[in-house]
Design a protein around this ligand. Structure first.
Ligand code: NAD
Length: 523
């Protein structure tokens, strides 16, 4: 593994920018906390924290702003998203610096977040009007019963986002909520608060009225709980364990929620796969953002016929990855974000090795680069009983398994409680597609790792099993933020016996009517 030249990351963020962004947070009522750049260990800021009073204020402002916003035509709201699209792309240098500084990730993976926001803004701007239009379904008595289904915004949506993809997960979920006529209270992770504040700043400069998208700051268990206690809908991204807590809190209040949770995602190399292509793309699928990606591949099942070739290529490609921390595109892999991340990664690898696994690549922390750097790591001979076999590592660690048949690969891929993302490689794409349909995951990429499905934002994305419930992207990612209201107008005749008609004759008439409707195949 080669090493790119080292420079300090945190030095690059201008102080006046930090101060301006922090001024946008609804915070300051609780003691501030220090936040450090993971790649360099340097302090980024004293981050103000939100008190319960701050959260109350944010919600009161949001509710009043939302009432006006709900009356703004969808076309105007969509135009705002288009402006956000353009500004995020035009001002990307600033946000790439912020994301890199706050997360420690490489610039190329920070750029994935910029494109994610642009793609989502474009998709919802162009589809929003159609998706949010009122519908006129058939009434119980055609012509006599006129029905209209209206879409109403939920009100104030809480978007509680994690630190690993702070722009993509904080902003791309907020934009459709705003488009649907809601206000949004964002609760970013403290580590990545500046990123979300930058997105809010862009939206306001693009014309979003003040108060519609606000950030409150603080630890999840404290501030998150207070936010859920006041929100009308919760959009949460994070671990499955916390997802359960959020679901209980939302369930207590009978509000809706969408949970995007963890994964232990498999990649299958079938007997007829283009092994060289699979071994190339697998590198990105496993190690994007140093593996701190929910869609990241952590298990690879390879048909015995191609196992040796795949492993040789994959190990070689992984060994070529460069690590670094400059705020530029000169290397591929950055730092992990927290001490607990490197602890988990080290524990998973050490436990596996102690129980007989072999390290084919990496396997070491790199304190020479920074406190939380860890080499992209490939393990073989991983078995049940090793922690890494079932638990999500959420770091740069993948296990490679030899399987005798493609059928075995499917069975082992499905042997997990998670079901977020999967990848299937085969030259016969029809067969690969059939196999993909048998994998228990919310998205499966054929001859790609994760970006084909994730980047196709017209299609929903989300998890099965303990990977979550609810979807982002596609119509589902917008319609979760609305309630429907059915307005039915009955004209001329009532849906009841006519004057003088017995209840028995009414029942007979209705029986005849229902039979006729079925014959006419009326729904
Ligand atoms: P986590 O659940 O511990 O924390 C995620 C965020 O939730 C943090 O910002 C945290 O402060 C906050 N939080 C914690 N407890 C809370 C509570 N009671 N109420 C409200 N908020 C609370 O997860 P993590 O380990 O920090 O993040 C990584 C996890 O997120 C991984 O499991 C990863 O797979 C998952 N993830 C999933 C997706 C997805 O789209 N499915 C995307 C990114 C990350």
């Amino acid at each position: 593994m080669t090493t790119a030249p080292q420079l300090s990351a945190a030095d690059a963020l201008p102080l006046d920018l930090i101060e301006r962004l922090l001024g946008l947070a609804v915070a300051g009522g609780a003691p501030s906390v220090e936040v450090f750049a993971p790649a360099t260990g340097r302090k980024i800021a004293d981050l103000p924290q939100s008190s319960v009073g701050d959260i109350e204020t944010a919600f009161a402002t949001a509710r009043s702003a939302q009432q006006k916003w709900a009356g703004v035509p969808v076309g105007e709201r969509a135009a705002l998203l288009r402006r956000v699209h353009d500004m995020v792309l035009a001002e990307q240098d600033a946000i790439l610096d912020i994301i890199q500084t706050e997360t420690g990730k490489s610039r190329v993976h920070a750029f994935d977040e910029v494109s994610d926001v642009a793609v989502n803004a474009r998709y919802y701007a162009s589809e929003g009007k159609r998706l949010l239009a009122h519908r006129k379904p058939r009434g119980v008595m055609p012509v006599l019963t006129q029905v209209e289904v209206r879409n109403r915004p939920k009100g104030v949506v809480a978007v509680i986002s994690p630190w690993n993809y702070p722009l993509a997960l904080g902003a791309s979920d907020a934009l459709p909520a705003l488009l649907a006529g809601n206000a949004v209270i964002g609760r970013p992770d403290n580590q990545t608060a500046l990123t979300l504040l930058w997105a809010i700043d862009i939206a306001e400069r693009a014309g979003l009225p003040k108060g519609l998208w606000q950030a409150v700051l603080g630890r999840g268990a404290v501030v998150g709980t207070e936010v859920i206690a006041r929100a009308d809908f919760v959009d949460y991204t994070g671990s499955s364990a916390t997802g359960r807590t959020i679901a209980q809190q939302a369930g207590e209040r009978l509000i809706g929620y969408s949970l995007e949770l963890g994964g232990k995602n498999p990649l299958l190399v079938l007997a007829d796969a283009d092994v060289s292509a699979a071994a190339k793309i697998a590198v990105r699928a496993c190690f994007a953002s140093a593996g701190q990606l929910c869609e990241s591949i952590e298990r690879i099942y390879v048909h015995a016929n191609v196992y040796d070739q795949f492993v040789a290529d994959f190990v070689e490609n992984t060994g070529k990855l460069t690590l670094g921390k400059d705020l530029d595109f000169s290397y591929e892999i950055g730092s992990l974000t927290f001490p607990r991340q490197i602890d988990t990664v080290s524990k998973h690898v050490d436990d596996a090795v102690a129980k007989g696994a072999r390290v084919l690549a990496g396997g070491k922390a790199r304190p020479d680069l920074g406190p939380y750097f860890y080499e992209p790591t490939i393990l073989a001979d991983v078995r049940e009983g090793m922690t890494v076999f079932r638990e999500e590592t959420f770091g740069p660690v993948v296990s490679v398994y030899r399987v005798e048949t493609d059928e075995d690969a499917v069975t082992q891929a499905n042997d997990t409680a998670y079901g977020l993302n999967a990848s299937v490689w085969g030259r016969d794409t029809n067969r690969a597609r059939e196999i993909a349909a048998r994998i228990d995951a919310g998205s499966v990429n054929v001859n790609e790792g994760f970006i084909a499905a994730w980047g196709s934002v017209a299609a929903p994305s989300g998890g099965l099993g303990i990977s979550g419930t609810g979807r982002r992207h596609g119509p589902e990612g917008l319609l979760k933020y609305i309630d429907t209201q059915t307005i039915a107008v009955q004209r001329v005749l009532p849906i009841a016996p006519l004057p003088g008609m017995s209840e028995q004759l009414w029942a007979k008439t209705m029986t005849l009517y229902l039979g006729v409707m079925k014959t006419l195949r009326q729904k």
